[in-house]
Design a protein around this ligand. Structure first.
Ligand code: GUN
Length: 298
């Protein structure tokens, strides 16, 4: 059996088109154009690339982006002052502080400063806290896990009572992913670097989400036949035949796992495009929240 390939690129393109249509509609009605501020501290090449991709995606759907680049030795006070300034800027509906921040900065304090109504990454402790609690609704959900949930829905995966295994427990992906799956009534296991026998867990899983950052770690004999496998990993591996000298592979050994799984996401073209689509969606939502707030104050 060969797995159905879940085409994140196509699904994300559809979502982006819909966002563009909604942005055009708003602007035609005289409502403000949604605006996203990106904050990059330092010169981590991967972060620079991600921020550029996010700004380009904004431009394509008519969202205005405001790029801020602070030097790698920027102080805690400087970063927090910028966030405060963006909180107060009515043109800015969403604020994205690209992670990781340089080591000398206190990430939690920076993220806590972002107004929860502008927290389009969903990393503010209040948004994450609400995600973790029954009966509470976060204003925003972190983009990568939110994108995975859309992919699972589009692939027709029934999460109710399903055994889901999340590989990785990062603040950005693994942990919020597990929380979203619990909210969807799955039975969730989180595996991590200290887990004794990871394959023993994944072999029981109806759904496996890999977010560990280890190239091709998940093998065919880890997967129950017919299971759904979502690969969040983006790893550079040397490839002398490639123009750049490297290529991107996921955390899943795609070639062998696709022969066992029922459905699988490719890398690239799976989860990656969804992260950006969700960021655009959250920014539009932030602009809509700001409309409501203005209307209630008028
Ligand atoms: N670094 C890696 N992924 C992300 C993300 O989704 N948002 C931010 N802000 N930083 C990241």
């Amino acid at each position: 059996m060969t797995a159905k390939i879940i085409d994140g690129k196509a699904i994300a393109a559809r979502i982006r088109e819909e966002i563009k249509r909604k942005v055009d509609e708003r602007v035609a009605k005289g409502l403000p154009r949604p605006g996203l501020a990106t904050v990059l501290v330092g010169d981590n090449p991967a972060s620079q690339t991600y921020v550029r991709m996010k700004q380009k995606a904004c431009a394509e759907v008519g969202i205005e982006s405001f790029g801020y680049h602070l030097p790698k030795d920027a102080s805690q006070e400087e970063v927090e002052a910028l966030v405060e300034q963006l909180n107060a800027d009515p043109r800015v509906h969403g604020i994205l502080v690209q992670l990781p921040l340089p080591k000398h900065l206190d990430e939690e304090r920076v993220l806590s400063k972002i107004s929860i109504e502008k927290d389009v990454d969903g990393f503010h402790p209040i948004n994450i806290g609400r995600l973790a609690q029954k009966g509470r609704e976060p204003l925003f959900v972190p983009c990568t896990p939110a994108g995975v949930m859309v992919l699972l829905k589009e692939a027709g995966v029934d999460l109710e009572g399903a055994n889901a295994v999340v590989l990785g427990r990062s603040n950005i992906v693994g942990m919020p992913m597990a929380l979203l799956l619990v909210r969807a009534n799955s039975t969730v296991t989180i595996c991590h670097s200290r887990t004794k026998d990871i394959p023993a867990h994944t072999r029981q899983a109806d759904v496996v989400i890999a977010a560990v950052g280890r190239p091709r770690m998940v093998k065919a004999d880890w997967i129950k036949p017919g299971a759904v496998v979502i690969d969040v990993g983006v790893n550079r591996v040397d490839d002398p035949t490639a123009k750049k000298g490297y290529r991107l592979v996921g955390d899943v050994d795609f070639d062998e796992v696709k022969e066992v799984a029922g459905a699988i996401t490719p890398v690239p073209g799976g989860v990656g495009p969804m992260t950006i689509a969700m960021l655009l969606q959250n920014t539009l939502k932030a602009a809509e929240l700001a409309d409501k707030k203005r209307a209630s104050q008028a």
